[in-house]
Design a protein around this ligand. Structure first.
Ligand SMILES: [Zn+2]
Length: 389
């Protein structure tokens, strides 16, 4: 009898296992039913415009099933598109707190939550979240971009500079360009405290980050000029031409002052002629006319200007033409008419913006190193075309 009982033991074990499996299946089934109820209730609330109740039900459903993570991201995205940031934030916060999400989804949740905080202007919390992603392969670059954006908004240049090592490793041109401008901002602060050695060091660091930063050379030239080192200043202005031809019209007058100090005006005008031949910019044309007048007389200068204007008409060029005509005119009535025309053109030019942002098209009469609209650095340059260069 005892042997029989022993023989029945595996059967009993098998039965136990079978019943246990059934019970797990049943639990799964119940959980799934629960999930489905929560989902359908959530969706019903969503459809009947009771979003807050909908979120609560849908978030509750997430506790049961990780497969719904994608649906939650989609839901938060939808809230964002509708401008309901607080709701998007609630969903992302819930995902981050979930704790057991797969690593990829967890990082995505942190990233999206950081973006919500940033949009809401909660810079401290956004910064904290983005910092968490600095070792993530997928989000490192984007997070660095956002962190630099935060430090730019809060003018926390030192914090941005603290990311130098990571930015250098990534060799991302945009980030290096931003970093160069952070150094320039610090250089400006050091300059106001007359710490000139620091200024030069900071600007050299800026050029190390971004050799194409004409802003760094602009500030460097200013420092050299202030200390009577005109040769050095001239080199910086020449470098600006190589770095950014569109920005060069901004430095022509300053460069001329330096060459005058060096008694090398002829070299300056040779350079300006070369720039004019290469860029046909109105500012260089007007500057070169000074040389033409001094060397060959007004008549030749006007001839030169007419040819240039036919080739590339600009309002500023035309104003200069009227100005030259006015100077050579002897009849009083003609002079008066030309004067009216000149004043009219001047008024029109003064009304028009001198700079435009090459990134977003923002127009301004004042120059800013960071565009007030899109916040890109060094993108405000002299306007091109008929009304500009
Ligand atoms: Zn812009």
């Amino acid at each position: 009898m005892l042997e029989l009982l022993f023989l029945l033991l595996p059967v009993a074990m098998g039965y136990g296992w079978f019943m246990g499996r059934n019970s797990i299946k049943q639990k799964d089934q119940t959980a799934k039913q629960d999930l489905s109820i929560k989902y359908s209730t959530g969706l019903n609330y969503l459809l009947s415009n009771q979003q807050d109740k909908a979120i609560d039900y849908l978030l509750e459903a997430l506790k049961v099933e990780d497969d719904s993570v994608e649906a939650h991201f989609a839901m938060a995205n939808l809230f964002r598109k509708r401008g309901e940031l607080d709701r998007a934030l609630k969903v992302h916060e819930h995902l981050v707190r979930h704790g057991n999400l797969p690593s990829k989804a967890q990082q995505q949740a942190i990233f999206e939550l950081a973006k919500d905080f940033l949009t809401a202007g909660l810079y401290d919390r956004a910064e904290h979240m983005f910092q968490k992603l600095l070792k993530s392969k997928q989000y490192q670059l984007k997070s660095l971009g956002y962190l630099m954006q935060i430090y730019q908004s809060t003018k926390d240049w030192q914090q941005g500079i603290a990311l130098k090592k990571t930015i250098f490793k990534l060799k991302d041109k945009q980030l290096l360009h931003n970093l160069a401008n952070f150094y320039c901002e610090q250089a400006v602060a050091a300059q106001s405290q007359e710490k000139f050695i620091d200024v030069i060091e900071l600007l050299e660091q800026a050029l190390e980050c971004d050799p194409k930063s004409c802003r760094a050379n602009w500030h460097l030239a200013g420092v050299y000029e202030e200390h009577g080192q005109f040769e050095q200043a001239v080199k910086c202005y020449q470098a600006i031409y190589k770095q950014d031809k569109e920005f060069f019209p901004e430095v022509i007058e300053k460069m001329h002052v330096c060459y005058k100090e060096l008694n090398e005006e002829r070299i300056f005008f040779d350079f300006i002629k070369k720039v004019y031949d290469e860029t046909a910019s109105t500012s260089t044309l007007i500057k070169y006319l000074e040389f033409m007048i001094a060397s060959y007389g007004e008549e030749k200068a006007v001839e030169f200007l007419l040819v240039a204007l036919k080739r590339r008409p600009t309002i500023r060029g035309f104003k200069h033409f009227v100005k030259l005509q006015l100077a050579s005119e002897s009849s009083d009535s003609q002079k008066e008419s030309l004067d009216v025309i000149k004043e009219l053109i001047s008024a029109y030019i003064n009304m028009r913006p001198r700079y435009s942002c090459r990134t977003c098209g923002f127009n301004s009469s004042t120059h800013y190193w960071a565009c007030p609209s899109c916040h890109d650095w060094e993108q405000l340059k002299p306007v091109r075309g008929l009304e500009g260069e």
